[in-house]
Design a protein around this ligand. Structure first.
Ligand SMILES: [Zn+2]
Length: 242
């Protein structure tokens, strides 16, 4: 699905991954679940670009619904996979710590887990090899992704700023559609290790000159980061699940 000519999305508002297209190749931001591989192949075919155009994968964090087919691309095609240094072990299969209980409603929970199962959520392969990245790094990949450390959802969560497509990818540091309650709009994301730290990280988006703020779950946000941060701060003050 095309968000902009050089910015494409696979998956949907439940779980999404993104492609940034440049003349020198394609950078993927996150890889959803294993079953999204087929969506990737379909998307590339529609674009008339071969899999070998993918020059790298940048993971916003190491949770299983983001590392989906990354190991497949790495092991079969030698595509490098980058991730925040503090999330390397999680991407390699270390179990994340238990998170506080999130608000939930039955219908959205069923929708989320049904989609996750359909997309092979229980057969995600951990990464064997990754390249750790740090705050401020500019990666040698199409679109020149710049790393912004955003600890909180997980210790190694990062935002990926791509000036070429005027977008910042924020992973699960925030969501625009809570997968467990169905509530829409910018807000804290569920399954977050340290919400206080995550909330502080949100301010790191202030002042970025972008048209898109793109979460891993929920609709892409079209607009400034200042409006997004304002909406997030309002949501934060709502009672849980509201
Ligand atoms: Zn997620």
């Amino acid at each position: 699905m095309e968000l902009a000519p050089q910015l494409h999305r696979i998956g949907n508002d439940t779980i999404a991954a993104h492609l940034v297209l440049a003349d020198d190749g394609i950078t993927l931001v996150d890889t959803g679940l294993p079953g999204h591989y087929r969506d990737l192949v379909r998307e590339l075919k529609a674009l008339g670009r071969p899999l070998s155009d993918i020059k790298g994968v940048v993971l916003t964090h190491g949770d299983s619904d983001h590392i989906g087919f990354a190991e497949r691309l790495r092991s079969e095609l030698g595509i490098p996979v980058y991730i925040g240094a503090e999330d390397v072990e999680r991407a390699k299969g270390a179990k994340p710590p238990p998170t506080p209980k999130d608000p939930r409603r039955i219908a959205p929970v069923i929708r989320f887990f049904a989609y996750a199962i359909a997309k092979g959520g229980f057969r995600t392969r951990p990464l064997q090899e990754v390249t750790p990245v740090h705050d401020g790094d500019v990666l040698p990949l199409p679109g020149s992704p710049r790393i912004i450390a955003m600890p909180g959802h997980s210790p190694g969560s990062v935002a990926v700023h791509m000036p070429a497509v005027r977008a910042v990818f924020v992973g699960d540091e925030l969501t625009t559609r809570h997968v467990l309650t169905g509530t829409e709009g910018p807000q804290p994301a569920p399954f977050t290790d340290d919400q206080a730290r995550s909330s502080e990280s949100i301010d790191r988006l202030a002042g970025l000159d972008v048209d898109w703020v793109i979460p891993g779950h929920g609709a892409p946000w079209r607009g400034s980061t200042s409006l997004l941060i304002t909406a997030y701060r309002l949501a934060e003050r709502r009672p849980a699940g509201g």
